[in-house]
Design a protein around this ligand. Structure first.
Ligand code: WT7
Length: 647
């Protein structure tokens, strides 16, 4: 990868001065965020309306693990994201712009005043249904404003939302509903993506055959035919018909839970990562403000789905806490054609555009004409998130989309970090294609070797964070021990990210990808163990081992080694069946890219599968298989290589 720095150009904007800082300001603020952490964060927290102002700022320990921020403060994050702006006289400002899947469909502009009414109406409807403070509400919605209303409505009444991405299967929904004992579901009849309908309500119905729920609130979106179960299912438009559009905000303790978001790890079922109210509010407000250099009146578009943390922090909470105008897009980048992103940027005069490298690579492949036929002169900042961006994609993003003059921010963070941790800041830092850049305020990255030895200066190692920050996840819902084990036990006293990373001589961080058994498929995290469990549930499968391998568009693809039960024969039909099976068990994002039937897996004499070897073979990299002498049966490797080459 090239280390060449690019000249940073901070684009002027008609909307006036932004919130970005110069390099000197960044350095002074960064130093203060560490030397006087309490003073720094108390000051950032002043942009939040507190019902009771916190006096206790940072209060955390990584051993034992107990994380609190602003603990004695009281606030409501929905008030801060919505009502506060109306009360400040900005009720007529657009909060959300909705761009539907169908380019000829109706665009919607929702002002902050309307947002307050809509969120209040949704909140009152949830209350009418029986939802109480502290209850978990599952939200399984398409990318429509009502999805954001549902999240904010929960926050308004103190319920804990658990949003599930609309691409997950009934089984995945059931597992999550059961894990957090969520009695309440908010969904829609159907979702729309690239003219295809997603049977959201039918998926919920299938999930609720396995786990109970008290009530399901259903938004009529496509008008498609769905079954409604008497006494359990309610149409939103019916149940909300007579509720008031005013609803008070519940005062919440800063450490009261705000949401649970399930994410894949290297072992077991997905974990319910828990975020709390005060720290998350301050963190998403502050990161959005500085990272995107947002200027009043600008149109900001993050292409993520609200089902992922990027949607939580940078479609809903971060932008709205800043009183920004955020675009919500229901569709996909390639419908009706490969120019949709750029058509939408042109149509709505988007100023800040934030997407994932996988989308950039997919669109790059379709050629420049899709980009150049649109007027993208409104764009003044481009962002990337979700996986390392390869320099080729970076260049195209910069030169073709950004016409060589728009800066790119590459934001590294995770579900568990709540918001951006490492990025260059507009105006402060030079960019290096492929490097996320520098730590955000309050963030102390550290690289350690496999034995936990701290690496100084230019080095490569495992990325840890040594100090807590306000937006850090507090626990795994219902299983604090798992939280401690997963993140704080590999390197005691430090938060371990699971990522490998290089720090160069300028102190820039280059994320090299996961070092655990998690793969990153199109910017989505997938636990290889989850795919394996799904495969072995199939009656013909005896054993499965799943690894990631480089994939041109997705970043990583899913490579599955499968051994069949005695008497079963490998075939193309069975491969297709297993692919469909995993899709059904987890969801389309988990669809295997490669199925490799093998009579045996490489194991040590103690029976441990040697994944290192499987990864190398999947990568077609046979020269570096390493030591295979500890294998119980080294000939397995030759058979695997042969199988790989015959594909
Ligand atoms: C993992 C977190 C960040 C929200 C979306 C994904 C990878 C994320 C970058 C980046 C290199 C990145 C890491 C991380 N990742 N952003 N800019 N450069 N890698 O959230 O599902 O929790 O996944 O995504 O491997 O650990 P997530």
């Amino acid at each position: 990868m090239s280390d060449a720095t690019s000249e940073w150009v901070r684009k002027p904007s008609a909307a006036g001065e932004g919130t970005a800082c110069t390099l000197e300001e960044y350095e002074a603020m960064y130093a203060r965020s560490l030397d006087d952490s309490d003073g720094f964060w108390a000051e950032q927290a002043e942009r939040i309306d507190w019902i009771e102002k916190p006096s206790n700022i940072a209060d955390w320990s990584y051993d034992p693990v107990d994380i609190k921020w602003f603990a004695d403060g009281k606030l409501n994050i929905c008030h801060n994201a919505v009502d506060r702006h109306v009360e400040a006289g900005h009720g007529n400002r657009t909060a959300l712009i909705f761009e539907p899947d169908d380019p000829d469909g109706a665009t919607r502009h929702i002002t902050y005043a309307e947002l307050r009414r809509e969120v209040s109406r949704m909140a009152n409807t949830l209350l009418k249904m029986g939802v109480a403070k502290g209850d978990r509400v599952t939200i399984y919605m398409p990318m429509v404003p009502e999805g954001a209303y549902a999240m904010l409505a929960c926050a308004r009444i103190g319920a804990i939302h658990s949003v599930i991405f609309g691409g997950f299967s009934p089984d995945a929904i059931a597992g999550r509903v059961e894990d957090c004992k969520s009695d309440w579901i908010v969904t829609a009849d159907e979702g729309l993506r690239g003219s295809k309908t997603i049977p959201l309500k039918a998926n919920v119905d299938a999930a609720l055959e396995k786990v109970p729920a008290k009530a399901v609130l259903v938004l009529r979106h496509t008008g498609g035919n769905v079954a409604m179960k008497d006494g359990r299912d309610h149409w939103y438009h019916e149940l909300s018909a007579d509720v008031p559009d005013e609803c008070p905000c519940e005062p919440m303790g800063a450490e009261d839970p705000l949401f649970i978001l399930y994410t894949s790890g290297s072992t077991g079922k997905p974990k319910g990562v828990l975020h709390t109210t005060g720290g998350y509010a301050v963190w998403t407000e502050t990161t959005f403000r500085y990272v995107f250099d947002y200027r009043e009146g600008e149109i900001y578009w993050c292409t993520a789905d609200i089902g992922w943390v990027t949607g939580h922090s940078y479609i809903v909470y971060g932008p709205l806490l800043n009183g920004a105008t955020a675009l919500m897009f229901e569709g996909v980048p390639n419908y009706p054609d490969h120019d949709r992103f750029w058509a939408v940027c042109d149509k709505h005069k988007v100023n800040i555009f934030y997407t994932a490298p996988t989308a950039i690579r997919a669109l790059m492949r379709e050629g420049d004409a899709h980009v150049t036929k649109h007027d993208l002169s409104s764009i003044r900042l481009l962002g990337s998130v979700g996986e390392p961006i390869n320099p080729e994609a970076w260049r195209w993003y910069h030169d073709t989309v950004g016409k060589g003059s728009v800066p790119i921010i590459d934001t590294w963070w995770q579900t568990e970090t709540g918001g951006t941790m490492i990025t260059t800041l507009p105006g402060a830092h030079d960019m290096k294609p492929g490097s996320a850049g520098k730590p955000f305020f309050g963030i102390c990255p550290q690289l350690v070797d496999n034995d936990g030895g701290v690496l100084e200066g230019a080095a490569s190692g495992n990325l840890c964070i040594t100090r807590s920050w306000p937006g850090q996840a507090r626990t795994v819902y219902g299983d604090h021990e798992r939280f401690v084990q997963t993140y704080f036990s590999t390197y005691k006293g430090k938060y371990f990210t699971g990522d490998g990373c290089r720090r160069d001589e300028d102190g820039y961080y280059w994320i090299t990808g996961r070092v655990d058994d998690v793969i990153n498929v199109s910017g989505h995290r997938m636990g290889t163990a989850e795919v394996e469990s799904a495969l072995v549930l199939h009656e013909k499968v005896s054993e499965a081992a799943v690894v990631g391998y480089p994939h041109d568009i997705k970043g990583q693809g899913i490579y599955c080694y499968v051994t069949l039960k005695v008497g079963e024969e490998p075939s193309d039909d069975l491969a297709a069946e297993l692919r469909a099976w995993v899709r059904k068990e987890i969801g389309p994002i988990a669809t295997p890219d490669h199925l490799h039937f093998t009579p045996a897996l490489p194991k040590t004499r103690s029976g441990k599968i040697m994944r290192r070897i499987l990864r190398k073979i999947a990568e077609n990299d046979y020269g570096a298989l390493g030591d295979t002498s500890t294998l119980a049966d080294p000939s397995v490797v030759d058979a695997l290589i042969e199988g790989r080459q015959n594909r």
